[in-house]
Design a protein around this ligand. Structure first.
Ligand code: KIV
Ligand code: NA
Length: 276
């Protein structure tokens, strides 16, 4: 059954945790959908994990539409959220609405996600008025990496924590249907979760949120180099891939692949006729 805005809201009300994972392609989205994940996020994290950029800033609307379309073709039941990339919504409300519309119309998303609190409430209100559900994103918002001076935990001081609570209430008031809380202390995320009637989906925000989201490369062991503290490895697909690829190379080099079982045959008579 298709997960919708109201499915997620009902889950918050009943206390059933919301599961969300990122996906960026058809095959992965199909597997996640078959497993029954509630929601798939086509995150602008694709800039880093799929395209190899340092951060999410270079990601374009075209990148987002391209990957969202692929995910939408693979996922029939998950609620599909597409990230609005850096500079697709900050400059004006009009641009924000038009770009959100493209992610729905061309990408096939069910909702869009954008980063920020008070400063993007006008955009949230306008996008919701265009009948597009909006997921907000607070805390460690990666598109502000140059302001933060790195990927650092947010909301640790009383001032910053209060600002986050205010922002959460404001984005809810502006019409957001859910909010991602990234990289904030668990206690703070729990306070925000209790204050809001819309669901909170945490990443690096502890166990008190209404749901959780992880980047699939992190949780399946495909990320190289540093992974953040919260990124639990549920499987080591990277190791499996390395083994499969190494075995392939070995077998091709030593001539054991392809063997007869992976080869097409032809009648001996036909061969005799062509080589006579
Ligand atoms: O882009 C992304 O993957 C995200 C999640 C980390 C919430 O925004
Ligand atoms: Na993102």
């Amino acid at each position: 059954m298709k997960n919708t805005v109201s499915t997620l809201l009902k889950q918050k009300q009943s206390g059933e945790k919301i599961t969300m994972l990122t996906a960026y392609d058809y095959t992965t989205a199909r597997i996640m959908d078959e497993c029954g994940v509630n929601s798939i996020l086509v995150g602008d994290s694709l800039g880093m994990v799929m395209l190899g950029y340092e951060n999410t800033l270079p990601v374009t609307m075209e990148d987002m539409i391209h990957h969202t379309r692929a995910v939408a073709r693979g996922a029939n039941n998950a609620f599909i959220v597409a990230d609005m990339p850096f500079m697709s919504y900050q400059a004006s409300v009009r641009e924000a609405v038009l770009n959100a519309g493209r992610l729905i119309k061309e990408g096939g998303a069910n909702a869009v996600k954008l980063e920020g609190g008070a400063e993007v409430c006008e955009q949230i209100r306008a996008i919701v008025n265009a009948s597009i559900p909006v997921v907000a994103h607070l805390g460690l918002t990666p598109q502000s990496v140059n302001v933060f001076g790195g990927f650092k935990v947010q909301g640790k001081s009383a001032d910053k924590a209060k600002k986050l609570i205010d922002d959460a209430l404001m984005i809810q008031e502006a019409g957001a249907c859910a909010v991602t809380l990234e990289g904030i202390p668990a206690k703070l995320a729990e306070i925000i979760t209790k204050k809001l009637f819309i669901p909170t989906i945490g990443i690096g925000a502890g166990n008190g949120c209404d749901g959780q989201v992880l980047v699939y490369q992190d949780m399946l062991g495909l990320t190289v180099g540093h992974t953040p503290k919260f990124a639990k490895r549920f499987a080591d697909i990277g190791e499996l891939m390395r083994k499969g690829i190494t075995d392939y190379i070995t077998e091709v080099k030593n001539g054991t692949f392809p063997s007869e079982e992976h080869t097409y045959s032809i009648d001996e008579d036909v061969i005799n006729e062509i080589v006579k």
